[in-house]
Design a protein around this ligand. Structure first.
Ligand code: AHG
Length: 341
């Protein structure tokens, strides 16, 4: 039997809100007399994300998996995807000469930019988070936060060590079944889906809000024996009565994005082996905490909001509990109960 079906013609939105249009509209709304530097900075981040997304999509056939410095069948040296992503972010930001300083994950050294290039902003980023998932095609992402340079003098070491309350914009890109950029500049959270047919991010998830309570917990349960008793008690309680679902991808961006969309809680707690947790404050915890708070959720170290941390080193780590407000408050109560014992 043969079926013929007329394909429904997708209506084409001839007036869609692209990320570029949105960035320009935000600048007009909130900083009408601004110089446009911030707009250019966001536009450059967008370009970096598009370039990384394109690289992720063709990584397999371009032989970009595996170890840095591999030689492909044509005898050419192939950059590993995370090395490439890092270079793309650095070059896109460096080109516009508007940012002053960026802190990133792939190298222990921060990049210092020549004095004449120094601008008003400090960008912290993880160009390719979840890199251990690259070779098996599981979703990966990029994370970033933008701070203001705290003075007009040339940059000094430590200028990036600011409280999360000083963030002026943050976001992430998820390279999943589609590429999505989720962004906040302090007035709510908006999600933009990359439309490959026009090469533009299009507003698909306006004013994102997280549910006050979800039905999913997300944690690497392989470390259960290494958790503190409060975390053990909380996770055990999520399996009782009407149990929560358990989901853990192992790519923070993917786990946080699911938590934002469906509600629930994502946890990377301290363990006996890593008493400060694993995730980095400046370019993993803080940007995600900023997005969560802007979406009506919470993000905590277990004892205080992530955004209240004032880091003392660039690559500082912190335990993190983030997601729906009621879910995060529930684990904080368990932690406080154990601390009071
Ligand atoms: P990496 O970039 O080295 O793969 O690390 C990923 C991060 C983060 O994205 C994720 O939430 C966490 O590490 C997963 O760590 P575990 O494997 O310890 O669960």
């Amino acid at each position: 039997m043969i079926f013929f079906q007329k394909m429904a013609q997708e209506p084409i939105d001839t007036n869609c809100m692209t990320l570029t249009r949105w960035i320009l509209a935000e600048q007009k709304k909130y900083a009408p007399t601004g110089t446009g530097d911030f707009t250019q900075l966001l536009a450059s981040l967008q370009t970096a994300v598009k370039a990384v997304s394109a690289a992720v999509r063709r990584a397999g056939i371009s032989d970009m998996f595996g170890v840095a410095g591999n030689v492909n069948v044509q005898g050419e040296e192939v950059k590993k995807l995370d090395v490439l992503a890092n270079e793309l972010f650095i070059n896109m930001l460096r080109k516009i000469l508007k940012f002053c300083h960026h802190i990133y994950q792939e190298n222990d050294n921060e990049i210092e930019v020549e004095t004449e290039r120094q601008g008003k902003y400090i960008v912290t980023f993880d160009p390719l988070d979840g890199s251990s998932n690259i070779d098996c095609l599981v979703s990966i992402g990029s994370i970033f936060a933008i701070f203001k340079k705290p003075h007009d003098e040339p940059l000094a070491p430590g200028d990036a060590l600011q409280s999360g309350r000083q963030i002026i914009a943050a976001g992430y890109a998820l390279y999943g079944s589609a590429t999505m950029m989720v962004l906040s500049a302090g007035h709510g959270v908006n999600g933009f889906m990359l439309d490959p047919s026009i090469g533009e991010f299009v507003l698909s998830d306006p004013d994102m809000k997280i549910k006050p309570r979800g039905k999913i917990y997300s944690i690497n349960e392989g470390y259960e024996e290494k958790w503190e008793p409060a975390v053990k008690e909380y996770v055990k309680s999520k399996k009782m009565g009407t149990p929560y679902g358990s989901r853990y991808i192992g790519s923070m961006v993917a786990d946080v994005h699911r938590t934002l969309k469906y509600g629930g809680i994502f946890m990377y707690p301290a363990t006996v082996d890593s008493p400060k947790g694993k995730l980095r404050v400046l370019y993993e915890c803080m940007p995600m905490a900023y997005i969560m708070e802007q979406a009506g959720g919470m993000a905590s170290t277990g004892t205080k909001p992530i955004l209240d941390i004032v880091p003392t080193s660039l690559h500082q780590r912190s335990p993190i509990f983030l997601g729906s407000k009621d879910d995060v408050e529930e684990i904080l109560e368990v932690i406080a109960k154990h601390a009071a014992k």
